[in-house]
Design a binder for this molecule. Structure first.
Ligand SMILES: NC(=O)c1ccc[n+]([C@@H]2O[C@H](COP(=O)([O-])OP(=O)(O)OC[C@H]3O[C@@H](n4cnc5c(N)ncnc54)[C@H](OP(=O)(O)O)[C@@H]3O)[C@@H](O)[C@H]2O)c1
Length: 436
């Protein structure tokens, strides 16, 4: 029986899951492949032998450079994370004729051009299913199952930490900082959560989804990115009154040859499928021209869900190696690498959206009228207003929902409202996606 030999870089959370799954499902994987997949080496700086996992001392090495070029290794599975040395090792592995599997979304989003180009040049494949949505099979779905359709839009809940924080705030009534602190204590948020709560992790994933869905290259820096740190309980409560739920959405739309790409807190109708995705779950909702809407849901992180995606990539690559399918290697992104051109990005100023607005105003007659008149002058019409009871406090929230308008007009209107001192604090706005 033939054997495909795996070199693993990193045996932490995901790498450990891969080792367990390969052992647990060894007979099934052999049956599926008609060949054996064998773990031939693990590079990790702190791993100790573990007989219960079949990790013997002779499997472990501290010399990752040697592992990725070893002649007996067929596939390198990169689960170190971070940019370096992961990038150099992947490039070396490709150069040495190995196929590569990685879960490293930050690396692919920022430096994917070098890596995919090197893979295309060497005729090797890059499997990266685990890099978006963890265990949710969205990469393969966009690349293969939906390849016959033209995609219009992608809406993703792709960061489990943010989704957990927002849904816990909505359920418990606790404020952002308290929920974040609790999530850090329970291991659901990193000690340094900046990448997650700042929206950057979601932007990395969106840039990969854009290429798969629309066949154009987009850097994370081209994604308009806002995190969830400014979302308050008060806004979640008003959202509910309007019939909306707030989610951190990664949104990409393709219209008239331009790509709209943004990550920000978004109000979605509470009856929509995406609104029901709570806790650390992920979901990617795709609107296709011919198929219509479909949604892919599941755990976007964690040892075994993520390992499932990695092992599926290993299996796919092993199959290709066994039949010698190097021509298929250049389609890891769903298009030949050379066909992927830079995206033409629609500026945020030209994005059309409905908005939730909250102003802090003095409790005096006429304030609502003055706000409405500035908005009107900027071609923004109000769809509904939440009227506060007269209260003893000096300031009251004035909360409203607009009809669709251009973001440029909204920004100009809010600046004028501030400049003319009609309100007492920076106005709050949250974008609404109603026509999902
Ligand atoms: N965790 C998830 O749920 C998840 C989900 C989707 C994607 N991913 C992606 O999967 C990748 C791995 O994540 P993870 O959570 O498994 O990370 P992790 O738990 O930190 O595991 C990484 C392992 O690699 C080792 N390592 C890192 N750099 C090394 C180096 N230069 N030399 C030797 N050993 C090195 C680490 O050793 P030390 O512990 O000594 O540093 C650790 O054992 C990342 O790209 C991540 O973004 C993770």
């Amino acid at each position: 029986m033939k054997t495909v030999r795996i070199g693993l870089l990193g045996c932490g959370t995901v790498g450990g899951g891969v080792v367990k799954l390969m052992r647990r499902n060894a007979a099934m994987l052999t049956a599926r492949l008609g060949a054996r997949m064998e773990l031939a080496g693990i590079a990790d700086r702190s791993l100790a032998p573990d007989p219960s996992l079949g990790v013997s001392a002779d499997l472990i090495t501290r010399d990752s450079e040697r592992l990725v070029t070893r002649p007996d290794i067929d596939v390198v599975v990169e689960l170190f994370g971070g940019v370096e040395p992961a990038q150099t090792l992947i490039l070396k592995a490709l150069d040495a004729g190995k196929d590569v599997v990685t879960a490293n979304k930050a690396l692919l989003a920022e430096h994917g051009d070098r890596i995919f180009k090197a893979a295309a040049r060497s005729g090797r494949f890059i499997g990266f299913e685990a890099s978006v949505g963890g265990g949710v099979p969205i990469i393969r779905t966009l690349r293969e199952a939906l390849a016959g359709d033209r995609q219009r839009a992608v809406y993703g809940i792709v960061n489990g930490t943010c989704n957990y924080i927002l849904s816990t705030m909505a359920e418990s009534g606790a404020e952002f900082s308290d929920v974040l602190a609790a999530a850090q204590r329970s291991g659901l948020a990193e000690a340094d959560p900046t990448l997650d709560i700042g929206g950057h992790d979601a932007a990395h994933k969106l840039s990969l989804l854009v290429t798969l869905a629309f066949g154009v290259a987009l850097k994370p820096g081209q994604v308009h990115t806002e995190g969830i740190t400014k979302v308050t309980m008060q806004d979640l409560a008003y959202a509910r009154e309007f019939g909306f739920t707030v989610k951190l959405l990664a949104i990409a739309k393709h219209e008239d040859g331009a790509i709209e790409a943004r990550v920000h807190p978004t109000m979605v109708p509470s009856r929509h499928l995406l609104a029901g995705v709570s806790g650390a779950y992920n979901a990617i909702y795709i609107q296709g021209d011919a198929l219509g809407s479909t949604m892919y849901f599941g755990l976007g992180a964690g040892e075994m869900p993520t390992a499932t995606a990695v092992v599926a990539d290993m299996l796919e690559i092993a199959r290709m190696r066994l039949v010698g399918a190097t021509e298929a290697s250049d389609h890891a992104l769903g298009y030949p690498y050379s066909a992927i051109k830079p995206a033409r990005v629609k500026p945020m100023a030209r994005v059309l959206c409905q908005y939730y607005l909250r102003f802090t105003a003095e409790d005096k007659p006429g304030v609502l009228g003055r706000i409405a008149s500035v908005l009107g002058r900027h071609k923004i019409s109000i769809a509904s207003v939440i009227q506060q009871e007269r209260a003893p406090q000096v300031t009251v929230p004035v909360v409203m929902r607009t009809h669709e308008c251009y973001e440029r007009d909204l920004i100009l209107a809010l600046a004028e409202i501030r400049r003319r001192k009609i309100v007492k604090a920076e106005p709050v706005f949250i974008r609404i996606e109603e026509r999902l």
